[in-house]
Design a binder for this molecule. Structure first.
Ligand code: GLP
Length: 261
């Protein structure tokens, strides 16, 4: 069931709450598939993290079943750690290959990634920004949510007009992402990320958040004021955002918590 989130905010955002994280991920995959089927040339904004892994697994299944092709689609990833070459297993480039690109049928020169091993990170951010801004713009941006309310690597303090840039990661994010590392002992302290304004320029945005560890950030994003303290709260300034949550992630919402769908 889909409903507008109850918020004292600029615009209602669509919100669907699912019993399980798997169901939420499947619904997001179906949303992506519908977008690409209706527009095979779609430009997709992609996220990393544990949350979208089941989405990507489902997209791979759809390609293998012949239900969709991504050959004409273009992708832009949201962010990348500074200092890691694409071959490093902890780079987001390697994550994307493992979780999606190697199993699906994307065309390699339509896949855009940030080079984490660039010699000049600021120049790399500028290069990627030029590439993004010279494209037709992202049709569908997939987002996950940091426990501190970050989107991409826009940490608390990131303003609505922030652009693609080099950022310092917060202590909370460094701690939160550590368990996902495959080889490194600690999370790199710097990253390159699309800014909030780049994300808000997308024509449509999907936010997928699952698990009780995200409940506070979900609540602050949907029920609090739009503010740099919780960057995901700026999604309320976009006209076409759909939040997909499981019961755990929705559990702190005043209006919608614990609803069974
Ligand atoms: C990472 C990424 C975000 C992601 C978030 C949540 O730091 N930069 O794009 O959405 O953290 O990650 P997870 O899905 O593993 O909880």
């Amino acid at each position: 069931m889909t409903q507008p989130a109850q918020i004292n905010r600029d615009r209602p955002q669509m919100l669907t709450i699912f019993e399980t994280a798997g169901e939420a991920a499947y619904a997001v995959a179906d949303h992506v598939l519908a977008t690409v089927k209706s527009n095979p040339n779609a430009i997709l904004g992609l996220a990393t993290g544990q949350t979208p892994r089941q989405v990507y697994a489902r997209l791979i299944e759809a390609v293998r079943d012949g239900a969709v092709t991504f050959r004409q689609a273009t992708t832009f990833n949201l962010d990348e750690y500074c200092g890691l070459p694409p071959s490093h297993p902890d780079s987001f480039a390697a994550f994307m290959r493992r979780e999606l690109f190697d199993g699906a049928d994307f065309t390699s020169d339509r896949v855009n990634l940030i080079a984490g091993d660039a010699t000049d990170y600021h120049a790399e951010a500028d290069r990627y920004a030029d590439l993004l801004h010279s494209s037709d713009g992202i049709d569908l941006q997939l987002l996950g949510l940091g426990t501190n309310g970050h989107i991409g690597f826009n940490e608390p303090g990131s303003e609505q007009d922030s652009r693609l840039r080099v950022v310092n990661l917060s202590a909370e994010t460094i701690e939160a992402n550590r368990p996902s590392l495959l080889e490194l002992a600690t999370v790199p302290p710097h990253a390159i990320t699309m800014g909030i304004s780049d994300i808000l320029n997308s024509r449509e945005i999907i936010m997928l958040a699952t698990g009780a560890s995200k409940a506070q950030a979900v609540c602050r994003s949907l029920e609090g004021p739009a503010s740099a303290d919780c960057p995901a709260s700026y999604l309320s300034r976009h006209p076409n955002v759909h939040w997909y949550l499981d019961i755990g992630a929705a559990s702190s919402l005043r209006a919608n918590g614990r609803r069974k769908i």
